[in-house]
Design a binder for this molecule. Sequence first.
Ligand code: NAD
Ligand code: TYD
Length: 337
Amino acid sequence: MKILVTGGAGFIGSNFILYWMRNYPSDKIINLDKLTYAGNLENLKSVKDNPNYFFIHGDILNLNDVNKAMEGIDVVVHFAAESHVDRSIKRPADFIMANIVGTQILLDAAVKNKIKRFHHVSTDEVYGSLNLEDKNKFNERTNYNPRSPYSASKAGSDHLVRAYFATYDLPITITNCSNNYGQYQFPEKMIPLAITNVLEGKKIPVYGDGFYVRDWLYVEDHCRAIDAVLKKGKVGETYCIGGSTEDINNLTVAKKILSFLKKDDSFIEFVKDRPGHDRKYAVDWSKIKNELGWNPLHKFDDWLEKTIFWYKNNEEWWRRVKTGEYQKYYKEQYGEE
Ligand code: NAD
Ligand code: TYD
């Protein structure tokens, strides 16, 4: 099988490529990535000389790049996106272009090339925000109610993917997954930002009151879920993916990180809240469990600790990433560096 992975140099895309090549070594992987600030080929150095791995430095917004990448492809797994909510608040247009227009360009090429499966990787954030006391969780029937430019652009892309199924018979599947954590995550997101800040002797910026809840999932569990959907999922269907069985708020996450790193709570700094900050996400993943036999295998506390070790042992990786553009971003976002 020949798989086109878009955004394969990013956090989840690179973990997916490594996962896939480990489990299905005879498949061919084409990685189409623009290498934005979030793309990093270092993540893939262990496979770069593998004859079944090919990298195309290109943009999903560029028809020539997309047509070249799509040649002879059986399956597309579409990760490429602008992915950070805070950046979407500052530059929404970048998100509309990459996430909506970019997806449409890929979909057109997929129809033209008679792709056997177009799998779209999306987020639980399209469903909006729950209240802290809510016992309800998001599921495949929850109404869309995106509240940030990021989630609105992902919602738009989800609708387009379904429209191409209905209109052009493109064989699609969609997964809407909760917050991932793990190795190679860019340190703009909460967990790697917190870990690397503490390793640098800096504080963890906690937005607002810190009582915001995310449904954390270890990245390999997300890759396993996409694998299950590609192998056993029903064309045209959406599957929700999540991990946590109990609510874990950001303050608790920050305290867990500090405790693993043997630091006290004075390393927590409450900072100005994010505008429109979604209070809580929680995902009901019973459909993918019942229909495809998937469930998360990695427990949060254990794999948060392993993730912290990974960042401790891969200081060169994140120190390089935290230079240049990152410093400018950090200063704009948090007012200092
Ligand atoms: P990321 O920001 O780490 O990586 C995105 C990758 O896409 C980068 O390698 C970047 O260079 C590439 N890219 C961006 N624009 C491109 C373009 N125009 N053409 C080609 N490549 C481009 O993101 P991530 O956290 O790995 O997320 C991957 C996907 O998973 C996204 O679609 C995101 O919405 C979705 N998702 C992420 C999470 C999460 O917790 N991170 C959860 C659910 C779903
Ligand atoms: P993030 O990793 O940006 O993911 P998302 O916004 O897509 O859920 O943020 C996770 C949670 O952590 C979210 O509630 C916002 C919060 N947060 C902070 O408190 N401080 C920070 O510096 C960042 C980046 C996030």
